[in-house]
Design a protein. Structure first.
Ligand code: ZN
Length: 408
């Protein structure tokens, strides 16, 4: 599958033009990928960095031996390997001059997302990847382009890992079931699927020798029937339904962009009455935030006046600070949502530009799901005319859910 992305027959001449182009516009402004240094003689050229390259190699080896990104991140933390930001900082990269870890431990705080992006980067087999992003001026936003449009120039840099090893690692990313069996990764849907009755998460657990993943409502799982109903769904069924929906919308968007835009906008306009409930919720969040901030201010005041001791502060402050942070985060989400609602047309355009890249999507990955979808609501299995049915409501990024039959 991988070879499709390469233009292997590219001529020397085109290759050097592309290289020039990519060098002129893209590489110079970025910091070197982890494991490389910029050449002192030519800042567009990357050289193997003897200090960090061994870590990159180790990460690929761990991945090939079946460890998932989270496990590798834990390994790096335990070994106190400094994170890329730290290296950029100590090496004086301009964009990272302001970096200071909050404490020593934060310099080793690796995340699975960082590990994953390193493991998937083609620079480690020596390729220059340019024009990964496209900028749509109308909506002022960058999107990751379809891979077919990336400019990949092979063998520009010294590779850090063998191609064979690199490809083996990619395979584990593109085959979620296999990767999971080997590494204990969670479902590719974990975190974004919710019960349509009680709004709690649907969590996926392996059934029968870890071959099949089944999701069900967490409330039901915890306290049974008095909490909720099962909302049981096979991951495979969800996978098929989501893949089909994405492909069908993508195909329509490719064939007739205007028609899809109109459909989406028509639907969004109809959604407006929901705004009332949202405003109420936001007001109540703002009210609580005001209260919490008053309490915090009062705590400090009492401390300053000697009415409260340090122990009390230590006990109470973290709790309120935590709630304050959570409220602020929720409010930020509301703000984002209401901004998005105001930009109906722009959102429809953004969504169409995004989805149309996926008309030929063969495999869903956690990354693609999160790029396109914000949440999915799953209903209970019902019987209609003797046939089992189950509702799956997909909320797409920018536009939310589209009603059944909207495609027609
Ligand atoms: Zn439920």
């Amino acid at each position: 599958m991988f070879n499709d992305f390469y233009a292997r027959d590219i001529s020397k001449k085109i290759r050097s033009t592309l290289t020039t182009k990519a060098r002129a516009g893209i590489y110079h402004s970025t910091v070197p990928p982890f494991g490389y240094r910029k050449s002192p003689a030519d800042s567009h050229m990357l050289l193997r960095d003897e200090e960090t390259a061994p870590y990159v190699i180790k990460m690929f080896e761990l991945s090939a031996s079946g460890r998932g990104p989270a496990a590798i991140a834990n390994y790096l933390r335990a070994k106190k390997v400094p994170i890329p930001a730290y290296w950029h900082h100590v090496r004086g990269e301009r964009a990272w001059q302001g970096y200071k870890g909050e404490n020593d431990a934060s310099n080793y705080r690796w995340f699975d997302t960082t590990v994953r992006s390193i493991l998937q980067h083609e620079v480690y087999i020596g390729n220059l990847v340019a024009q990964r992003q496209t900028h749509i001026f109308k909506v002022g936003k960058s999107f990751v382009r379809p891979k077919e449009e990336w400019v990949i120039v092979e063998d520009v840099f010294e590779p850090l890992v063998e191609r064979e090893l690199w490809e083996r690692v990619q395979e584990s990313f593109s085959n979620p079931t296999r990767a999971r069996k080997k590494t204990g990764l969670a479902s590719i849907f974990s975190g974004i699927v919710f019960c349509d009755t009680c709004n709690r998460r649907i969590s996926f657990v392996p059934e029968r020798a870890e071959k099949i993943y089944v999701g069900s409502c967490m409330e039901y799982r915890k306290i049974g029937r008095q909490g909720c109903t099962p909302h049981r769904i096979y991951e495979k069924d969800l996978y098929d339904a989501v893949l089909k929906d994405i492909r069908e919308w993508a195909k329509l968007a490719l064939e007739d962009e205007q028609a899809v835009l109109e459909k989406v906008m028509e639907h969004e306009n109809r959604n407006e009455p929901d705004a009332g409930a949202a405003i109420e919720k936001r007001l109540s969040l703002e009210k609580r935030l005001g209260e919490v901030e008053k309490v915090i201010a009062k705590l400090y005041e009492d401390y300053a006046l000697g009415k409260a001791g340090a122990d009390e502060i230590d006990l109470l402050l973290p709790k309120y600070r935590k709630e304050q942070g959570e409220l602020k985060a929720q409010l930020a989400l509301f703000q984002e949502e209401s901004n998005e609602q105001r930009e109906t047309t722009q959102n429809a355009e953004k969504w169409v530009a995004l989805i149309r890249q996926y008309s030929d999507l063969q495999k869903l990955t956690a990354g693609i799901i999160r790029e396109l979808i914000t949440k999915i609501y799953v209903g209970d299995v019902r019987k209609v005319d003797g046939e089992k049915v189950q509702s799956i409501e997909i909320h797409y990024r920018f536009i939310g859910s589209l009603p059944d039959g909207a495609r027609k």
